[in-house]
Design a protein around this ligand. Sequence first.
Ligand SMILES: Nc1ncnc2c1ncn2[C@@H]1O[C@H](COP(=O)(O)OP(=O)(O)OP(=O)(O)O)[C@@H](O)[C@H]1O
Length: 918
Amino acid sequence: MGLGESSKDAGLAPSVGQGAGSAKRVRSDDQEGDERINREVKEETPEPDEHYVTFRSDVVGVQYYRGLVGKFEYVSLRRQPENQYDSSAVQVVNTSGIQVGHIPRAVAAKLAFLMDGKVISVEGRMVGQNLDGAKHFKLAIDVSIYGSPRHKETVMQELSWAVKPAPSPPTPSKGKGKGHVLGTGAEVHGSAGSGTGLPTAPVDEEMRRLLDGLKKIGEDEKHADSIMDSLTSDIDVSKLPLHPSPPGIQDGTLKTDLLPHQCQALQWMVSHEHPVLPSKVGEPPVQFWTRQEDKATKSTYWLNAATRSPQKETPLLGRGGIVADGMGLGKTLTVLSLILATKSATKEPSKATLIVCPLSVVSNWEKQIRDHVSLGKLSSYTYHGANREVTNATLHSYDVVITTYQTVASEAPAEVSGGIASSQTKKAKLSNGALFAGPWKRIVADEGHVLKNPRAKMTKAFAALAAERRWICTGTPIVNSPSDLGSLLTCLRLCAPLDKTDYFKALLLRPLRNGDPAAGKLLQALVGQILIRRTKDTKNAAGEPIVQLPPIEFFQVPVQLDEDTRLLYDEVLVTSQRRFQEALSGGQGGTANILSLLTRMRQLCLCQELVPQSFFDELRRKPTEPAGETMAISSMSDEQREGLVEKLRRYVADEEDCSICFLAPLRQPTITDCGHSYCHPCIDEWLNRDLNCPQCRHAITSASLLSLPAETSDFVEPDDNASAVKSAKITELVKYLELFDMGDKTLVFSQFTSFLDHVAATLKQRGILFCRFDGSMPGRKREEVIQTFQNPVTEKNVATNPRVMLISLKSGAVGLNLTTASNVFLCDPWWQSAIEAQAIDRVHRMGQKKPVRVFQLIAEDTIESRVLEIQKHKDALVAKAFEKTSKGSGGSNPQDKRRARFDELKALLLGSSVAEKS
Ligand SMILES: Nc1ncnc2c1ncn2[C@@H]1O[C@H](COP(=O)(O)OP(=O)(O)OP(=O)(O)O)[C@@H](O)[C@H]1O
C-alpha cells in the first residue's frame, strides 16, 4: 500500500499473525497513480524545503490500530479532517500505509492549520517501536517540520512551542550498521538517514567525497558520467552471468549475434523482470526487502532495509529497471533481444512492448528492427502522427509499438495532464487515446533521462501508463542531482516506497543534503539494485574492452578572421569588456546584455552575416540618444509580428541563453519589440524593476512582449535563400571536404542553424552533395534524411549520395546512429564539451569501421580559444569532483549555476582564470 491510501483501507490490512503469503508477488499497475498534476517545467525548480524544527512527541492510541513500526522507521503524518472526534487530527501511518495511531490532540491542534494551508510539510521518525508483541499505548516519535525559507520567520513564531532543547537526533547506533543491503556489500547504518535536518555525525572520508561530488553535479553530462561511475564502481559487471540461449543467428530470430556484454544485459533484464524475494533469513535483500525472524514467536516477517519498516504481508515487487550503458553500446538491440527472448511467455495481459522515445530516435528503432531482426520474427508498428487511428486491440496485437514522449503526453487522461484534458487538444483529436486504454506487457522509455523532471507532463504521462514490466534506457540517469533518480523510480514503480516522491525525499534527498553517509550508501545500494551500467572503457573478465572501436583522432584547426570581421569583432569585444567592468562595479544594467554581446562575438567567429546591421547601430548609439519608442505588439502590422516570431524561433532553434538568467533553453521564449529574447518569467520579473530592455535599453512594457505560441516553437525551415558568404571557417571546412576521399562522409555541427544555411549555400556552389538534419524536423523528413545519409557511397550513387550532413549541435545529436560518417567538424566550441562528446558519439560507436577524425574549427585570438580553456577546466573539475571538498563551479541550484556562469564570463572577457574560482 502507498501513502495515498485512506485510513479506512489501511485499517483493513492484515495484522501480525496472519499468513505471510507466498514469497513471490508482483504489483499491478492499478495500485499506483496518485500524483498531483502541476504545470510542466523545464528547469529544475528547487522545492521550498528548509528544516524548521524537530521536536519529540508521541504516537497515541497505538492499541487501537494494527500498524507496526520499527525503531527509526520513517512514518507519514497525514491530516484527517474527517475524524468525527477531532477535526484537527493527524494520523501516523507506517510505510505499508497502515495506521499506527495519532499525534496527541494538543500537538495536532497546533499543526493542523499549517498543514492544511500547505505552509509546512511534516515528517516523523519513530523513536519507540511496537514489534516486540507487547501492548503499547503510545510510542515516542520525532517530528520534523520543513517549509519555504521565505516563510520561516513567520511560521516559526507559530511553532515557538516546539523549540525546546533539541533532542538528540534519532541516529541509530553510532557503530557500523545493521542491515546488509544488497549483494554489493553496502551496509545501511541503521536507518537510511536521520531525516531530521539536525547536524549529523562526522562522516567517513570516502562517502564525504561522494556527497560533495553529488552536490556539484551540473548540467554537464560528464558530471553525470562521473557520478554514475562512482555510484557503480563497487559493482563488478564483468562477472555478470550470460543469458544461456540468447536470440541470435542460430535460432533464426536475429541477423546479428549479441555481443557478450549484451548477453549479460539480457540475462540481467530477464532476472529483473522476474524478481524473487529472499526465501530465507540472512539472504541478500531484493528491492530492499529482507526476511527476518521474530525471536519471540519464531515466525518470520519482512523488513525493508531502506525504511526499516517491518510487515507481515508479502511485499510487492516492481518488474524492470534502468539500462544505463554508455552511448553506442547497443541498448536498442539488447531491448529487442529481451522482447524476442520473452516472446513465448504466455498469460500476459498483452503481447506488446511499447517503446517511448524522442521523435529523433523513432527511425533508429525502426531501422534497428529492420537491420537486426529476422523477417517475420517481430511485428512492429509506429504509433505517431497520422498513424494513430488504430484501435487499442490492434496495437496490442503487435510485438513492438514505437511512439514518442509527446504522443504519450498528448493522450494522457486529464487527471494526469494537470486538469487540461489533453483530448481537447488538436493533436489528441487525431487519436482515440489507445496508449492508455489497457495494460502493456512492457514499456520502455528510451533516452529516459528526459523523465528526470517529476513535474513535467511527459513524466507524469509515462508514469501513468499501465504495464507489467517497466524499463528506462539512458546513459545518464542522473544529470542534475540524485532527485533525477527519484523521478525515474516513480516511472518504474520500483523499490516501493522509494518510488514515491515524499519517501524518496525523506529517506534519500534530505539526508544526502545533510551529508548523512548512510543516505549515500542507500543511494549506492539503490543504484546497484535497479541499474546496469557499462561504458566503452568497461573491461570484460579477460581484461579486454567490451567493445572494439576504431581509433579516434582530434585536430584543432586554427582559422584567422579576415580584416573586416576582425574590426567588427574587436568593436564588440571592447564594448563587452567595458560593460562587464561596469557591471562588476555595480553599474546600471548588470550583466544582462553581456551574454548577447558574447553571442554576437561567437557569430562573428563564424561569419559576419549572422549579425544584423541593427545590432551595430545599437552598439554605436551614444548612451544619451533615445533607443526608440516602445511599440505594442497589438499595434504592429502582421508582417512585423511575423518577423519577430521568425526571429524568436531562430533564437529557440539556436538554443540561445537568456541574458537575464544566463540559462538555456529559454523558458516560455519571449521577444521584445526591439528583437531581444528572454525567458518569459525573467523578463516579466525584470519589468517590475526596470522598463528598459536589458540588452539595448529600449523602453519596453508587457504589451511590447511577444511569446512564442507552443506549436510554432518546433521546426525552423532551412533558409534556402541564404547566400555563400565570406567566412574563414567555411573556407577551411570546404578545403578539407574537397580533400577527403569520395567515400568518406562528414558531419558538420554548429549551434547556429543560420550558419548552416550559409555553409549549405557554399556547398551548393562547390557542387558538394549534402543533406540537413535538425532535431525538430518532422518525423518522416528526419527518417528520410538519415536513411539517405546512412547509404554508403558507391560508384553507382556517387552523383546523388550526400557526403556531408549539416546538423544542429544541440538538437540533432541525441540517439542517432550516423556511423557511415567518419569525419566530424565542430564549427563553434561552447561551454559544454559533453554536448560535443555526444555529437562525436554518433559516429564513434559500434558499427564504425573506419578511424574517426574530429576537427574543431577555432578562430584564433577570439573568445573561442578561451572557451576551450573553460571546457578543459570544467572537465578537470569533473575528474576531481569526488576528491575535492571545496565548492567548485556548477552547483546544483540556479544561483550556483549563475555564479559559475558569471565566473566563466569573467574568464572569457577579462582573461581571469576560472581555475582560481574553484
Ligand atoms: N551485437 C551487435 N553487433 C553489431 N552491431 C551492433 C550490435 N549491437 C548493436 N550494434 C550496432 O551498434 C550501434 C549502436 O547501437 P545503439 O544505437 O543501440 O546504441 P545505444 O546504446 O542505444 O546508444 P545511444 O545511447 O547513443 O542511443 C548501432 O548501429 C547498432 O546497430
